[in-house]
Design a protein. Structure first.
Length: 492
């Protein structure tokens, strides 16, 4: 009988799932053709603006695949079997192409809060790494720390709630001096073994970081198979890691689960604002600005649960983008200096994040509005309501073309960057994945609006759960705090 973890990453393909996918795709293509034949002509300007999200994501997707090949060209020519999972030529960075590696002392650290109800599952997940685990109970009000200590786990019981950055900084100060590498995790993650999706074990990934001299490495984070919404997030996170982070060479972005050189993390947290908003992106900016290197190591997979409900997902995204704008405005100078170090760093941190993510967001809102009107025109025509006068501005082709074009992009991504074992799982949602992408416009706008409103009126439009956690430490914070970066959604 298969274990649950094995089932999550099952290699077996389901032919009926892919058949259903292509059947829906065929129907969608027919729908687009029908819309085009009944069309009276569409303005190229309107069509271009309506498809802005499609065009920018497609261009970004192609650019990132190209630069990843450039970054790892030498290793690929030498036949590096793991090159496609890394953002750099790791063999060259560590000074050797083959041979065994020896891991030096390391620790796995986490800040936990009121985990008593989930403690048994938590201990079971991390049992294989127990000798390396160091925990801090960040002002828990239940018996989390006491139960862990009684079970023989290392856990500091702190009455003061410092939030994750402050708690980790305090915990680092208590680690033995011999520990030179730390892996920061969240309480709900599972470090996947070779039979669960990883190509290498944890100690190999840590040893490679130690030999490379880089400040940090970010593993691939996969979403657990848990509900319909999880399918969309699974594809989203695959794209943001396998396309976004993998393209960044050694100018990578850390996430809530990352491996750090201990002195580098201590330095970053010493300069940190201690806010839980965009905390990992802030670590990245601090380290890269100091001249450090961060790379993506997709050979190691860590799985976690995404938000189960739309409301939780919405609140999470509002917090992400408020934190992003907050950090970008506070550290614009550092980001500019990072961009000047390399052309693709300029593209990612200034062009993609600054110009496209922030500067052109108003155009993205306009694009979404045009698409909604176009979709309404399609429904108006299908049901012969005659409520909307179609023409060059209001035209069904805009929406049909956008969803069709994004479907093509998603299918290309499915067979080029999505691991084979995951294709049958995410495949069925490809025809409507663009709607998920489009839905991001709302929380992004509210997140940005929160930042503006806070400065103009001293209060926010929407109170996300990150704010609740900062204001009231008794409100638990969700474990997953990634800042996606790459094509696939309107992300950071």
């Amino acid at each position: 009988m298969k274990s649950p973890s094995r089932e999550r990453f099952d290699d077996a393909q389901r032919p009926w799932s892919l058949f259903a996918l292509f059947s829906v795709c065929a129907l969608l293509v027919g729908w687009i053709a029908l819309s085009a034949t009944t069309d009276e002509g569409v303005s190229l300007l309107v069509y271009g603006l309506a498809n802005l999200i499609v065009f920018t994501d497609a261009i970004d997707f192609g650019v990132r695949l190209y630069v990843h090949r450039r970054h790892t060209a030498v290793a690929s020519e030498l036949g590096g079997g793991e090159t496609h999972l890394l953002s750099i030529d790791l063999a060259g960075a560590r000074g050797a192409r083959t041979g065994s590696v020896r891991v030096r002392p390391y620790a796995i650290i986490a800040s936990i809060y009121n985990l008593e109800d989930e403690l048994d599952e938590f201990m079971e997940r991390l049992q294989p790494y127990r000798d390396h685990i160091w925990l801090i109970s960040d002002g828990s009000t239940d018996k989390t720390a006491k139960r862990l200590q009684q079970a023989g786990w290392r856990c500091l019981d702190e009455e003061v709630n410092r939030h994750k950055p402050g708690a980790l900084r305090h915990l680092l100060a208590t680690l033995p001096p011999r520990v030179e590498t730390v892996m920061v995790i969240d309480p709900d993650v599972r470090i996947c073994g070779r039979h669960e999706g990883s190509v290498v074990d944890l100690e190999r990934a840590i040893a490679d970081l130690q030999r490379s001299g880089a400040a940090a490495a970010c593993p691939r984070i996969a979403i657990e198979r848990d509900g319909f919404l999880a399918r969309f997030q699974a594809l989203e996170y695959t794209l943001c890691f396998m396309v976004g982070r993998r393209s960044l060479a050694d100018y990578g972005v850390t996430s809530g689960v990352s491996i750090y050189r201990r002195d580098a993390l201590e330095w970053a947290l010493a300069q940190h604002s201690m806010s839980i908003y965009a905390e990992d992106l802030e670590n990245t900016v601090i380290l890269l600005h100091a001249g450090e290197r961060i790379y993506y190591d997709g050979r190691l997979v860590v799985s976690t649960h995404g938000p189960h409900t739309v409301r939780r997902w919405y609140s999470q995204r509002v917090g992400w983008y408020y934190g992003f704008l907050r950090l970008y405005t506070q550290r614009t100078r550092e980001l500019w200096r990072i961009g000047r170090r390399a052309p693709f760093a300029m593209y990612n941190f200034i062009g993609y994040m600054g110009v496209l993510g922030l500067g052109l967001h108003v155009l993205r809102i306009a694009s979404a509005a045009l698409l909604l009107v176009s979709a309404a025109a399609i429904l108006d025509g299908l049901f012969a309501l005659g409520l909307l006068p179609t023409g060059r501005a209001i035209n069904p082709v805009a929406f049909a073309g956008a969803i069709g074009s994004y479907l093509v992009l998603a299918v290309i991504a499915l067979f080029t960057v999505v691991p084979r074992r995951e294709r049958a799982y995410v495949g069925p949602i490809l025809p409507i994945y663009f709607l998920y992408v489009l839905a991001h416009i709302v929380p992004i706008t509210v997140g940005f609006g929160n930042w503006v409103a806070l400065r103009l009126w001293g209060r926010r439009i929407y109170r996300d759960h990150y704010q609740l956690r900062e204001d009231d430490p008794t409100v638990p914070l969700p474990a997953l705090k990634l800042r996606p970066n790459g094509s696939g959604t309107a992300t950071l």
